[in-house]
Design a binder for this molecule. Sequence first.
Ligand SMILES: *Cc1c(COP(=O)(O)O)cnc(C)c1O
Length: 422
Amino acid sequence: MATNAELFARAQQVIPGGVNSPVRSFRSVGGTPYFVDRAQGPYVWDVEGRRYIDYVQSYGPTILGHAHKAVIEAVAQAAAQGTSYGAPTEREVLLAETLCSRVPSMAWARLTSSGTEAAMSAIRLARGATGRNKVIKFAGCYHGHSDALLAAGGSGVANQGLADSAGVTPGAVADTVVVPYNQIPEVDETVAVVAVEPVAANMGVVAPEPGFLEGLREACDSAGALLLFDEVITGFRLAPGGATEWFGVEPDVWCFGKVVGGGLPIGVFGGRAEYMEHLAPLGGVYQAGTLSGNPLATAAGLATLEQLNADAYRRLTAIASRLADGMTQAAAAVGVDCVAPRVGSLLGVFFCEKAPANFCEAKAAAENGVYSRVFHRLLSDGVAFAPGPYEALFVSLAHTDEHIDTTIEAFTQALASEVDGG
Ligand SMILES: *Cc1c(COP(=O)(O)O)cnc(C)c1O
């Protein structure tokens, strides 16, 4: 088989930057990306036969670990019966029922093929339902790559060192107001919707400070604006009812993705009935998709959600906290500044003294250069963190205490070299 370097060289001849999503390019950490041959449980193997304990996990979807038997079987069975019909199916109903029963106050859900589509559609719906134009978003929160939401988008945008994207017209973002995370913005009667990641996970992991989400709820209520929780990462990862259940704050509209598709392309947006009834064919807000509610994606999603019971969340949280504690203790032992912000099973790592509370602080911590060096040392030791400092560390139900302890050993070594300057 070809080597990573050979494949990357070929890829760069026919795919811009050699990748189909910018973070994968290793541009922010330097070096050549590994090309994945296969994956199983907590592991990925590259085309050169090297095995890594994987904390990328497709950036969240494979919460059961890679190639989980129940998911593989569900997808295989579904595929044998046809891959897309352009007509409704029972599994779409089952998935929407499952989602609406788990997320408090969500009455209706519509399936899309990506989180980007879900967020973009939720914004359109909020504007259509309120008859207002303005969208408030928080710097460092990512809501996919639709024009109106790309402003100060964190994640890949930040990893590429881009403030914003070229090709987005001033008109497209004229009604987008970007404000700092963990600060209640002024919400007036021109605002259609306030969009927020209830735990920010695309500028590293930044937790909401006590009162932040509650304050947003109040500000939206008094201005008649809608509150949108972008739960594409937190949904079905923090708890059965996502961040909504975890924090006990209920928005008006939601978007989901990642875990809901168990590794197949999916997105979901949902809301209270009074807003969702504005959506075509019931109302005047148009939204559609050839592959929306895809039979393979719904099969994978249902098989994934079925495994996510109370015990699964306890295990995920235990694994995440073992990793967070292990990393911070290892760092303290060698004298490297390190924090591992964690909310339930969602965690991140920053090499700084104090957990960042907003994008400004996250940026200062992410861009001090430590992450790239630690990343490469871990990778050569068989541990794959995300190739950029603005991503979360994704644990799965396939990660055991042993995998975590091996990771912490490698992390300790990586930090020791940091101190030696090695
Ligand atoms: C990943 C992500 C999206 C976009 O989802 P895609 O499936 O990549 O389009 C939107 N919002 C958040 C919070 C995300 O993490």
